[in-house]
Design a protein around this ligand. Sequence first.
Ligand SMILES: N[C@@H](CCC(=O)N[C@@H](CS)C(=O)NCC(=O)O)C(=O)O
Length: 201
Amino acid sequence: MPYYKLTYFNLRGRAEIARYIFAFSGIKYEDNRIGRMDWLTIKPSIPFGKLPFLEVDGIILHQSLAIGRYLAKETGLAGKTHLEQAQVDGIVDSIDDFISLFPWGEQDQDVKQEIQNNLFSNLAPELLQHLENYLGEKDWFVGNSVTWADFYWDVCSTTLIVLNPNFAQNFSKLLALKNRVQTLPGISEWIKNRPETINSL
Ligand SMILES: N[C@@H](CCC(=O)N[C@@H](CS)C(=O)NCC(=O)O)C(=O)O
């Protein structure tokens, strides 16, 4: 088993998908949470200069979804066939397209709130309807067992619910999926014991 070290701020954010995969798979890793000053010191030495990054026996992987996809493949959470894997990736990317529209770095709180309100009012319902249709009566988005697409839904929707408690409230199947993910062995313990994060994000 490689030595894994995941570096990010003290946020769930873009590192949480990797942490979920580690938690569910029972794989040991170093959950390295750094402050902004430490980050600015090491940023120039990190390929592509962004967080999170994952060191795998010293090799640095960047981009949260590349990290997630790699870990999912290593742990059997990527989908059982290439076709299923493409379906899983489609769900992950659809959720990521939406969450990437949020103005995470915006300093002006009024501007930030206005953009967020617009995303929740005008774009969220369509995405949520597509996700709920895709899920249908199944337990998991793809195939007959959990994949990292189900984890990604829970991770991202948890953050979106912090910003807007009404997000997804009318989508009972998607909320039931959240509950299924959150009660999985490994995940439920992680959620109970994980560190408090800045602004609960
Ligand atoms: N698409 C990238 C986004 C990476 C990114 O923008 N990371 C932010 C934190 S969420 C960051 O590194 N901010 C500090 C900086 O740019 O110096 C991913 O998913 O990893």
